[in-house]
Design a protein around this ligand. Structure first.
Ligand code: C5P
Length: 221
């Protein structure tokens, strides 16, 4: 073991809060690896649906998690609202979470491209996957703002969008994600809770970049 421990940045938060955009930009800025952990749950959910199974049925979801091959899914397959709902259903099953826990930890601690650190975004990165992360941010925004952000994202991809449906899906997802028994969505005690409702993506990035740089400097030996 001659390499320095990887710097880990954990970005958690509610659905459509902008955490994915932020995490990607932070990873590019600090030249760290990036893992969107939600895409793993989305891929498991879509795999179940492709096989004609039920995302809420444990046997279907666990089988998909154990045989997950992320290369079988394009970003377009994963970013639909239906994929998000299926993801949140499979994510409530403890055995599904257990099946992909080590993969996420390995990614964080040993970035495969040899980067000095990793940025992971999700719901339980700061609390369960990487409680040892040097910088933790919990991103939130009001429901109204998140509905508008998600509508813009989906319309930009040419999806047919019904606002009431997007709102109901986001609300149901937040309730399911924060009330599940295992790894519920919640800020880690040492996370910076960052409400982005009144900020644009550049403002969010600038503030978060300063916070992460400061945390890295403070934890450097
Ligand atoms: O972040 P994203 O919206 O892509 O995540 C989709 C779903 O995957 C979430 O609603 C949540 O249920 C689940 N998820 C999770 N834990 C993570 C990341 C995502 O439970 N670390």
């Amino acid at each position: 073991m001659n390499s320095k421990p990887s710097v880990i940045v954990a970005i958690d938060g509610t659905a459509a809060s902008g955490k994915g955009t932020l995490a990607k930009r932070l990873a590019a800025h600090f030249k760290y690896a990036y893992l969107d952990s939600g895409s793993l749950y989305r891929a498991i959910g879509v795999a179940v649906l492709r096989k004609g199974g039920q995302p809420t049925t444990e046997a279907d979801a666990v089988a998909a998690a154990k045989t997950l091959d992320i290369s079988q899914f394009s970003p377009e397959d994963l970013r639909t609202e239906a994929a998000g709902v299926a993801a949140s259903q499979v994510a409530a099953i403890p055995a599904v979470r257990a099946a992909i826990l080590q993969y996420q930890r390995d990614f964080a601690h040993h970035p495969s491209g040899g980067q000095a650190g990793a940025v992971l975004d999700g719901r339980d990165i700061g609390t369960v996957v990487c409680p040892d992360a040097q910088a933790k941010i919990f991103v939130s925004a009001s429901l109204d703002v998140r509905v508008q952000r998600r509508i813009r994202e989906l319309r930009g991809k040419g999806e047919l969008v019904i606002e009431a449906r997007v709102r109901a899906d986001l609300e149901a997802r937040d309730v399911r994600d924060s009330s599940r028994a295992v790894a519920p969505m919640k800020p880690a005690e040492d996370a910076w809770q960052f409400d982005t409702s009144a900020l644009n993506a550049d403002e969010v990035f600038d503030l978060a970049k300063k916070f992460v740089a400061d945390r890295i400097a403070k934890t450097a030996v």
